[in-house]
Write a protein that binds this ligand. Structure first.
Ligand SMILES: *[C@@H]1O[C@H](CO)[C@@H](O)[C@H](O)[C@H]1NC(C)=O
Ligand SMILES: *[C@@H]1O[C@H](CO)[C@@H](O)[C@H](O)[C@H]1NC(C)=O
Ligand SMILES: *[C@@H]1O[C@H](CO)[C@@H](O)[C@H](O)[C@H]1NC(C)=O
Ligand SMILES: *[C@@H]1O[C@H](CO)[C@@H](O)[C@H](O)[C@H]1NC(C)=O
Ligand SMILES: *[C@@H]1O[C@H](CO)[C@@H](O)[C@H](O)[C@H]1NC(C)=O
Length: 398
């Protein structure tokens, strides 16, 4: 006679094995089974494969296998019925002519998906082309908005992971993360030349709990830019360069901007970048707030401005520099920053005179060197009185 508990155990084991297989063997939707051909345009096949995968009631995988595929424009739109993985092993090539992508639409968009994994060893190549970048001159686009597309857009994505993919030569920002929650970029790489304008690596706005780790970001503008409404961002083990560094801002230009709360940049390296870590706000600005900034364990190699707060940020257009920025910057913790600077002002804190300046700024263990012609390395401060601890080289502001 077989005991009840033995039966229970057997049932349990069967259930466990079944669940294991159900999870381990997500059904694969290979675009080549939906009519995609290497070197062909795949919009139709991708649409059909996505519709099938997204409607599946158990975990599924949409596969873009090895090979070159041309893609004019596509939106991976949820919600999907179950967790879904999009695996890009091949190269997706965007249209050379940016006008092929309708105005206001990005090249590849992921939206309204929970439990997305975007993985693979592939590349999305925006074919940034010199011609497209020429029309992306910030002097024009700051005023008018850019006609060019971001490479990859993530909107309303939740509990998701992006890993392995490389974004190359975007015509505009490589990756735009908007209104996302709990998304991790791990081993996600951006490749573009130093002279490609406005090609921010990862641009993040209105998002919470975003992590970027173990990634190499090299581009012509900010490696990572963080704008209004971001909370609890973790950036760790990122190698930035070429590029303009990791920036919070710019902020204060538009009305109704939400605070940026909690940015943790840790164990990152910057190589020949324009900035290391930066907070930038416009003069004569709308109110705003930047709070809980933690910049820690950073190494700088020939960086123009290793640590900079610039509350007079006003490139390309005319600003009323007499009126201070009304963005309040407080609770800033800068710790263990080492390496070499290409300018003399290795730590430059240019705070606004509004809101009593930057409040509660702590600086601990700095060792930044400058060996150029303009004299010894210095730290400069306006409208801020940092609290120093540990070894500070060069000395902090008196
Ligand atoms: C971004 O899009 C551009 C075209 O706009 C393309 O050349 C580039 O490879 C894309 N990069 C990524 C990472 O998607
Ligand atoms: C965040 O997303 C990951 C998937 O990347 C998931 O495993 C985790 O449970 C999510 N966390 C929360 C709090 O939902
Ligand atoms: C966001 O992060 C906070 C703090 O790390 C955590 O308590 C919360 O569960 C996270 N929420 C989501 C949806 O990931
Ligand atoms: C720091 O980042 C590098 C990548 O730049 C990584 O290899 C290393 O493991 C990280 N160290 C720690 C302590 O996380
Ligand atoms: C600062 O770093 C330099 C090398 O970049 C090193 O020679 C020097 O000893 C360091 N100073 C301190 C106080 O750690």
């Amino acid at each position: 006679m077989v005991s009840k508990s033995f039966q229970d155990n057997i049932t349990f084991i069967f259930m466990f094995v079944f669940m294991f297989f159900a999870i381990a063997y997500a059904e694969v939707y290979d675009i080549t089974k939906f009519g995609a051909k290497p070197n062909g345009e795949i919009s139709k096949a991708l649409k059909d494969a996505w519709a099938a995968a997204c409607a599946a009631r158990k975990p599924s995988e949409l596969l873009i296998p090895n090979g070159k595929f041309y893609l004019t424009v596509f939106e991976f739109k949820g919600p999907c019925k179950a967790p879904i993985e999009v695996k890009i092993d091949g190269t997706l090539i965007g249209p050379e002519d940016p006008l092929k992508i309708p105005k206001g639409v990005q090249w590849i968009t992921f939206s309204y998906i929970t439990d997305l994994t975007l993985s693979g060893s592939g590349t999305v190549d925006g074919v940034g082309a010199a011609q497209a970048w020429a029309s992306n001159d910030p002097r024009v686009t700051i005023a008018k908005g850019s006609p060019l597309q971001y490479n990859l857009s993530f909107n309303f994505i939740k509990n998701s992971l992006i890993t392995g993919i490389t974004s190359k030569d975007s015509k505009n920002f490589h990756v735009n993360v908007m209104t996302c929650m709990n998304v991790t970029f791990d081993n996600f790489n951006v490749v573009a030349p130093e002279e490609s304008p406005n090609t921010d690596g990862i641009h993040i706005g209105r998002s919470k709990n975003i992590t970027i780790k173990n990634s190499k970001l090299g581009t012509g503008d900010d490696c990572i830019s963080i704008v209004d409404g971001c909370e609890n961002l973790h950036i760790e083990g990122v190698q930035c360069g070429p590029g303009h560094g990791i920036s919070v801002g710019s902020l204060g230009r538009k009305t109704g901007e939400k605070p940026v709360v909690g940015v943790y940049v840790k164990n990152c390296s910057f190589s020949s970048t324009m900035n290391g870590v930066r907070i930038k706000t416009w003069p004569d600005s709308q109110p705003g707030e930047v709070v809980e900034m933690h910049f820690e364990d950073l190494s700088m190699d020939k960086v123009d401005n290793p640590v900079i707060i610039d509350q007079d940020y006003c490139p390309h257009i005319q600003c009323n520099q007499e009126k201070p920025s009304k963005v309040k910057v407080h609770n800033v913790f800068i710790k263990n920053v080492k390496g070499s600077s290409k300018s003399r002002e290795v730590v430059k804190l240019k705070c606004s005179k509004a809101n009593n300046g930057c409040q509660n700024v702590h600086i601990e263990d700095i060792n930044l060197t400058y060996d150029g012609p303009s004299g010894p390395a210095v730290q400069t401060c306006s409208n801020v009185k940092p609290v120093y601890s540990g070894k500070i080289v060069p000395p902090g502001c008196a």
